[in-house]
Design a protein around this ligand. Structure first.
Ligand SMILES: Cc1cc2nc3c(=O)[nH]c(=O)nc-3n(C[C@H](O)[C@H](O)[C@H](O)COP(=O)(O)OP(=O)(O)OC[C@H]3O[C@@H](n4cnc5c(N)ncnc54)[C@H](O)[C@@H]3O)c2cc1C
Length: 538
């Protein structure tokens, strides 16, 4: 093989691409992983500023029966701690310890909505039911990461008894695919109560996925040293197994019939198999299909049309704070992973109808109207607050605290404001309002103690990882998904119309996140290896 020719090339060094590359290089394949940024990790990444450690993407990780089995299978040791979660509304804060915390959650909601006790009990019944489904779903290590040929004990003692329960549960889950907002409307009349339960989820999140969050809160863990330790460990595994990684290299063209890639410097790379583990709209826009059979081309065009007419899901705005106040002050209030809502009123239509109307009429809308909307949006929103130092005290300078405050944010708003030329004015307006809301409520000590602050918008996410509409977990939820959204069909999610091109990551299955990206990364690697074996046996 010549220097730039590989068995498999993986485009995208996020968690999905790293997983594929680790498995393929372990199997002895000649592998190249291409990543456009200086560091791998994509939306699982961290950075240090002025001695403060911050996680720029996901704040903590969920095992979901996938991450730990993958680490074990690849013989990767990762030092981890539990990432404890707190939930807060106004001045009431609940620290989630175990399954019994669900009854404290009930008390918390009843304190704010005493007239809705019956409805709260109904919702809790559903959450408990879903938690039982989750126990089945994640009840055993994901078989994809087990050696089923040799691990007989796993097959006979765990997998076979689990399968019928799994199939039964899948049926139940599929029946709860409707948007959580719609689902809750059937049970809960008070819109503020509905908001307290669900406004921190992406718009139209499937009810099952959203209401499974109590189980997921208990599942969160944090690698010591920050979330970047996970991609770092995978990167080291790839290099240890002889795989190659090329960073600061952006693929701008895929010539499908010649199995060729072209980067920004016009350097070409030849592959037998390609795994595309980055934004899928980019793949379908950059791939040239001339020379392929008319059947494949027409199938490719139809998938492309479907992809391009859909959009990425919600994005986030993240505010990073360097604070001259010790960790102990924050520890007394909440855990290092904290979902906080400063007002029990809830967003209502603020993030939907009202924002939509501003965006539709953007050209006619005054800046003041947007700022008035922003005032309400920041007062009524739910914030995800992460304090890395509360999970690992090594991550901050002594006596100081680093804080990340984030919330779901609409890409189109930032995009339109940027095009209108006042993004640099809008960002401080937003930052100051968030700071005011948080320091007037849960963390009053922030008032005079901020050493420095800065933020990332949905546009920063789009620029950094090339994610359509700055989306952080792939496609927005809608009736007709452009990708597979049923777990029993997940094996097919990594296939594309072109036999030598596979796909992996958050854009190939919905709903997605870190565990699903890892899973599809492994599925894609398995498909490639199956193909290689088939070819050898010919
Ligand atoms: C704030 C935040 C909170 C989150 N919270 C959670 C959570 O609680 N639970 C959860 O499960 N998930 C969460 N997520 C989502 C999760 O981080 C992502 O879904 C997951 O990391 C996606 O991984 P990926 O490998 O599919 O894609 P990405 O991480 O997007 O990786 C794609 C990679 O491809 C590279 N790339 C793109 N285009 C090219 C090109 N043309 N050439 C070369 N390289 C290219 C990019 O630079 C990037 O490194 C969160 C994300 C964020 C940002």
């Amino acid at each position: 093989m010549s220097e730039n020719t590989y068995n498999t090339i993986i485009v995208g060094g996020g968690i999905a691409g790293l997983t594929s590359a680790a498995y393929l290089s372990r199997a002895g394949q000649k592998v190249l992983l291409i990543e456009k940024n200086k560091e791998c990790g994509g939306l699982v990444n961290s950075f240090t500023r002025d001695g403060f450690h911050f996680d720029a993407g996901v704040r903590a990780l969920e095992d979901a029966g996938i991450i730990f089995p993958m680490l074990k299978d690849l013989n990767i040791q990762l030092e981890i701690v539990k990432s404890k979660v707190s939930l807060g509304i106004e001045n009431e804060i609940l620290h989630i310890q175990n399954l019994n915390s669900l009854s404290e959650y009930r008390e918390l909601l009843i304190k704010f909505f005493p007239e809705s006790e019956g409805e709260i009990d109904e919702v809790l019944k559903v959450i408990q039911k879903i938690m039982r489904h989750m126990d089945v779903l994640y009840g055993i290590e994901n078989p994809l990461f087990k050696d089923l040929m040799h691990d007989r004990t796993f097959v006979f003692k765990k997998l076979l008894p689990w399968l019928p329960k799994f199939i039964f549960t899948i049926g139940k889950i599929n029946r709860m695919n409707m948007p959580v907002e719609e689902y809750l409307k059937r049970i809960v009349k008070n819109p503020s109560l509905r908001d307290m339960i669900s406004q921190h989820f992406f718009k139209n999140t499937p009810a099952f996925f959203a209401l499974s969050y109590f189980s997921l809160y208990l599942d969160y863990f944090y690698p010591k040293g920050g979330v970047w330790k996970l991609p770092e460990a995978l990167k080291n595994k790839i290099l240890e197994c002889g795989g190659k990684i090329k960073t600061e290299t952006k693929i701008i063209e895929v010539v499908a019939d010649k199995c060729l890639l072209k980067d920004q410097n016009n350097i070409t790379y030849q592959y037998a198999n390609l795994i595309w583990a980055a934004d899928l709209k980019t793949l379908y826009k950059t791939a040239k299909t001339e020379g392929l059979s008319s059947k494949i081309r027409s199938r490719f065009e139809s998938v492309k049309t479907n992809m391009l007419k859909n959009r990425g899901g919600d994005s986030v705005f993240s505010l990073f704070l360097e604070v001259d106040e010790p960790l102990e002050s924050f520890k007394k209030i909440a855990n290092g992973h904290f979902f906080y809502t400063p007002s029990k009123l809830g967003l209502g239509e603020t993030h939907r109808e009202e924002l939509n109307s501003l965006l539709i009429n953007f050209e006619k809308v005054e800046k003041e109207q947007i700022l008035t909307w922003l005032e309400k949006f920041t007062r009524l929103n739910t914030y995800e607050i992460s304090i890395p130092g509360l999970k690992d005290p090594e991550l901050v300078p002594p006596g100081k605290t680093g804080i990340i405050i984030s919330f779901l944010a609409e890409y189109d708003l930032f995009n339109k404001i940027q095009k209108a030329g006042w993004l640099d004015k809008f960002i401080p307006e937003l930052e100051n309002r968030v700071l005011r809301v948080i320091s007037d409520s849960v963390y009053p000590m922030l008032k005079d103690k901020i050493i420095a602050h800065f933020s990332f918008t949905p546009l920063s996410i789009e620029n950094r990882v090339g994610s359509s509409e700055g989306a952080i977990t792939g496609w927005s939820f809608q009736k007709h998904m452009p990708v597979i959204n049923k777990i029993q069909k997940s094996g097919r999610s990594v296939l594309t119309p072109v036999p030598s091109i596979y796909q992996a990551g958050q854009w190939v299955y919905s709903p997605a996140g870190v565990p699903m990206s890892v899973l599809t990364g492994k599925l894609a690697a398995d498909k490639v290896l199956k193909q290689v074996r088939k070819f050898k046996n010919r």
